[in-house]
Design a binder for this molecule. Sequence first.
Ligand code: CIR
Length: 271
Amino acid sequence: MLPQSEPTRRIRGTAITRGVSPNFAACELGHLARSPIDLGRASAQHQAYEDTLGRLGWSLVSLPASATHPDCVFVEDTAVVLDELAIVTRPGAVSRRGEVEVVAAALAELLPVVYLESPATLDGGDVLRLGRDLYVGRSARSSASGLAALAAQVEALGYRVIPVELRDCLHLKTAITAVNDTLLVVNPQWLDLAPFANFELVEVDPSEPFAANVLRLGEVVLTAAAYPRTIDRLAARGVAFEAIEVDEIAKAEGGLTCCSVLIPGRVLVDR
Ligand code: CIR
């Protein structure tokens, strides 16, 4: 039995999520082979994910699934949230472009919203925010013009865009995520680590290449239960974590960060 964190009553902010599409099995795939997806199991895992966010202090805005957007559960790709505003992306996969509208409407109730325009493409999964630095993966989904358009939106606000070279994985946050402000968990096979020279790194266990995608939820980090060896490495560093099952969702090449857009410190007043 993995250790569980204590529930908290403090409201940390809003988490936007979206249900699993009835057509989830028709999801986009970048580097994974397609395997059968049990829709009921994926939906149950997603419900447990939402329940965990709620228990850990996030006010949920749970948007309805879309039959015409198989990947709609992966809301992370539709937006980049900063302190001052949210940038609605233009996803790299054409089938995913229509996902942004309902998420943008939900975001607009919480903070100002701006948009990336064609021909820029950018997936939120490629953006790792550490303070006022935005590390951005140059992936098959996020183009050079996408990075430039993002920089144009954020540099005047005092953020830096730092490009990161990727290989053999879908998004930057498939390869690296933050445990806290100084400690990152990483699969060193999938990216150029030079931009992260000033951080402490925990490498995934080599038998768990997808374990680098963890979700920072305050003092607690959400991890995927399928990766116990990497969890042991995090525990050895004193990281407080909670592990949940997301292996059915992972068949669509999505992880823990992908299923929410977090807006710290902002909640809808009439909820
Ligand atoms: C896709 O290929 O776009 C989806 N099947 C998976 C997206 C996962 N999102 C993420 O890592 N941020």
